[in-house]
Design a protein around this ligand. Sequence first.
Ligand code: HEC
Length: 147
Amino acid sequence: MTKSIDTYAKHTEVDPMVRSPRLSLARGLSLALALLLWNAPHAFAAGDAAKGADVFKRCTICHNADKDGPNRIGPNLFGVVGRAAGTVSGYSYSTAMKASGVTWTEANLTDYLTDPKKKVPANKMSFAGISDASQLADLIAYLNTLK
Ligand code: HEC
């Protein structure tokens, strides 16, 4: 017993990770970096719906998002996540949107709302797009609550 404690003490004594402050700093930093990299995509995927409701204010000039709410300049967006593009009844879509074949998955919404004219060329939504990735993730989290 005494012998094994001695061996342990000796071992820690010579362990360069413990002895050298520079090495343990490097180890700490790489751990922090690894955690950051591991967390980054998760943080992106899980947007904040409450913040997204705020981002959605940019859309409400053209879109209503209430259940059974009206179409405005753009179609009603209640239940948009998972819906086929161009299918809200009573709304007059562009031919481009009706023929797009897009289903509004989170990934397709992200592409469309980043650059609407790139994702669905010749669609008639006059909106430049949202370049801030975290605002976009928040907005999509919010759209996901509309069901
Ligand atoms: C200036 C008006 C305007 C603004 C602002 C606007 N949109 Fe649109 N949106 C439209 C129009 C018009 C269409 C129909 C496009 C077509 O038929 O080509 C549309 C279509 C869409 C569609 C496709 C819906 C479907 O049923 O296929 C989505 C999704 C959408 N908009 C989301 C948004 C979001 C989210 C925002 C805010 C970030 C936004 N829009 C801002 C006018 C607007």
